[in-house]
Structure formats: structure tokens, C-alpha cells
Design a protein around this ligand. Structure first.
Ligand code: NAP
Length: 331
């Protein structure tokens, strides 16, 4: 099968389109033809092995390969079609259109992927193309997890830091659907994009430090590793909740006393990826609550260009790799 591969860690040019053996499913596994995969910030971090949160370096190196990548096909979030299901699989049948996550097995940048029947998979939303659906699992699952944990009440003021990214753009929509008034912080080029998703107010981080605006919030959701923890927590109203999806070790350590000894709650977490949460997202999408956030779609041969856009350009939403040429679009 064709796949975007990498055999050493490095810049976008380590990505190569190559022929590799197709995976073979076992009795409890599902073989999926991938139609489209999101090229995420995490994929770029795995490829280059440079992480904003340094504490993740060693454990991930042990999992992904010490001297070179152990799994040569990147990609964790995709949409595709079930080709076959092992004899003991009851959840899916050939022809089913699905979307989901491969987890640390990776592999979504290849034409076929094999996943266990317990993997985070759900029927693809009927209202989305494969490319649009591939852009949902990362951002949607993280946003849903954190917005639920924030226990947002209608009318609350919610600040989303990094609101124009894959996770932030879904969080804006989900927080809005819970009745929050959303203030988005991101680069000024993304203001119209996040306002269209439901943000009522916008702060351009490249010109204004939001912590100097005197504003206060009931909930702050932060996806920016280098953000000023103390000053952001200082913007919380009594009973306020600060949730960090990309925390440095120091934030992790400070979250415990902050939650125990003040009237504020600090939550740091990695969002679990489950089929149930994906099914909830499908409902939100089909109800029109969560809308597509695709920025650009690149063919497999241009995976390096796609990664460069994710890493260095001001994109509006998710960058997608069309693993099947039916899902390609002129860039
Ligand atoms: N907790 C988890 O379970 C989990 C799961 C997946 C990923 N992550 C991590 O979370 C991070 C974000 O993920 P993502 O996929 O949403 O990334 P993303 O799509 O790159 O979004 C990040 C957004 O934050 C913006 N930003 C950068 N610096 C900022 C600042 N100082 N203030 C406000 N906004 C700023 C970026 O804008 P620019 O374009 O201007 O840089 C971008 O729009 C990644 O590092 C990823 O590894 C965590």
C-alpha cells in the first residue's frame, strides 16, 4: 500500500511517500481503508521529536523509538471505510463509513490501517465528507472532554486560549452550545474564523496580553504550553475553573494545592479517546452544533508541505491529508 513514511526524526522533508506492506487484521481486528487523515501539531511533534512540554520527551521516545521511529507511518486521526472485520468483531461490517483514532499505534497516513475492535471508532457523521470528518477526532474529543469537565453553566464567561487551533476551534463551538459567552485568544489572522464558530469576543495574542485586560472569567481553557499560569489563574472569578490540555510539569505540580486550598479548580489532563465520546460528537455534528474546520487538503505526495503549514503558517482550522485521491482537492 502507499503510505507517508518517516524513518528518522527531523524536519518535514523526512516524510516520504513509499510502498509498504499492508497490515493484516486478526480475529478481533478491523481493516480500514483510510480516506483522509488530519495532519496535527502532535504528528509534527512526533516527526521532529520536539515538544513544547519537555517532560513528555523521554516516555514518548521509549514508545516511538529511541534511535529512529519504530512505526514508520505517522497519523492518529482519520476517516475511512471498513474493508473487513475479523470473525470475532461484532461492531462493524465491511462498507461501514467510520472515523476515529489509532492512538500510539499511529498509521493513519497509510492507505490501510488495522485497529482492534475496542479502538475509538464510530460511524462517520453523515453530514461530513471524509476530509471534514478526519479533522474531528483530535479537536472534538479533547474539546468535549475539557468542556464537560469545566461544567459550564449558561451565561458563564469562558476564555479559550489557542482558540484557532484544532482543539480550540472545537472548544469554542462546544462551549457556545453549552450557553457560554466565549472569548477567544489566538493570532489576529484567525479572528473572523473563531468569531464564525461562535466566539463573541477576540484577543490577538500577538498584540495584546490578555492577562492585562482586567477581564475575569468563570472558565479558562488553555491549550498553550508556554502560557502564564499564575496570571491566567488570577483572572478567574470566585469558583472559577482553569483547565490545561497541554501543561508543563510545573503546572501539574501547582494544580494540586491550587485546587485543594483555594476556591478555584485547576484541571490538567489528557483526554481519553473513546467510541462513546466520538458517537456524542457525531450527534453534535449532525445536529449542526459542531461544524467542519478544514483549512486545506493536501495529497499524500505533499505531506511535507502539509506539515510545514501546520508548524509555521497561520492556518484556519485543521490541515488534512487526502490518503485516497477521491478526497483530494486543489490547494
Ligand atoms: N491534552 C491532550 O490530550 C492533548 C491532545 C492532543 C494534543 N495536545 C497538545 O496540545 C497542543 C495544541 O494542540 P492543537 O492540535 O490544538 O494545536 P494547534 O492546532 O497548533 O493550535 C494551537 C493554537 O494556539 C495558538 N497559539 C500559539 N501561541 C499562542 C499564545 N501565546 N496565545 C494564544 N494562542 C496561541 C496557535 O496559533 P499560531 O498559529 O499563531 O501558533 C494555534 O492556533 C499541541 O502541542 C499538542 O501536542 C494535547
Amino acid at each position: 500500500m502507499r503510505a507517508v513514511t518517516y524513518t528518522r526524526y527531523g524536519g518535514p522533508d523526512v516524510l516520504r511517500l513509499a510502498d509498504v506492506p499492508a497490515p493484516v487484521p486478526g480475529d478481533r481486528e478491523i481493516l480500514i481503508r483510510v480516506r483522509a487523515a488530519e495532519a496535527t501539531k502532535s504528528d509534527c511533534e512526533f516527526r521532529s521529536f520536539r515538544f513544547p512540554v519537555k517532560a513528555t520527551w523521554l516516555p514518548l521516545r521509549l514508545v516511538l523509538g529511541v534511535t529512529r521511529p519504530r512505526r514508520p507511518v505517522l497519523g492518529m486521526y482519520f476517516a475511512g471505510e471498513v474493508v473487513s472485520a475479523g470473525g470475532r468483531v461484532t461492531r462493524f461490517a465491511p462498507g461501514d463509513q467510520v472515523y476515529g483514532c489509532t492512538g500510539l499505534r499511529l498509521g493513519a497516513y497509510g492507505e490501510f490501517v488495522v485497529l482492534p475492535d475496542r479502538a475509538a471508532l464510530a460511524p462517520k457523521p453523515r453530514t461530513m465528507t471524509f476530509a471534514e470528518a478526519a479533522a474531528v477526532p483530535l479537536g472534538g474529543l479533547n474539546a468535549l472532554h475539557f468542556m464537560r469537565r469545566a461544567r459550564i453553566r449558561p451565561g458563564e464567561q469562558v476564555l479559550i486560549n489557542g482558540a484557532g487551533g484544532s482543539i480550540g476551534a472545537h472548544a469554542v463551538q462546544i462551549a457556545r452550545s453549552m450557553g457560554a459567552d466565549v472569548t477567544a485568544v489566538d493570532h489576529g489572522t484567525k479572528e473572523d474564523f473563531v468569531r464564525r464558530l461562535g466566539a463573541g469576543d477576540f484577543v490577538d495574542y500577538s498584540t495584546v496580553d490578555v492577562t492585562t485586560t482586567g477581564r475575569t472569567f468563570d472558565v479558562i481553557f488553555d491549550m498553550v504550553a508556554a502560557s502564564p499560569y499564575r496570571r491566567l489563574v488570577g483572572m478567574l472569578r470566585p469558583g472559577g475553573r482553569y483547565l490545561h490540555g497541554n501543561p508543563r510539569l510545573s503546572v501539574l505540580v501547582r494544580s494540586v494545592p491550587a485546587t485543594r486550598f483555594t476556591d478555584k479548580t485547576v484541571t490538567v489532563a489528557f483526554a481519553p479517546e473513546t467510541s462513546e465520546a466520538l458517537a456524542t460528537l457525531t450527534k453534535l455534528i449532525e445536529a449542526g452544533v459542531v461544524r467542519p474546520i478544514v483549512d486545506r487538503i493536501y495529497p499524500m505526495a505533499e505531506a511535507a508541505v502539509a506539515h510545514r503549514r501546520v508548524e509555521t503558517e497561520q492556518r484556519l482550522g485543521a490541515v488534512v491529508i487526502a490518503v485516497d485521491e477521491r478526497d483530494e482537492q486543489p490547494v
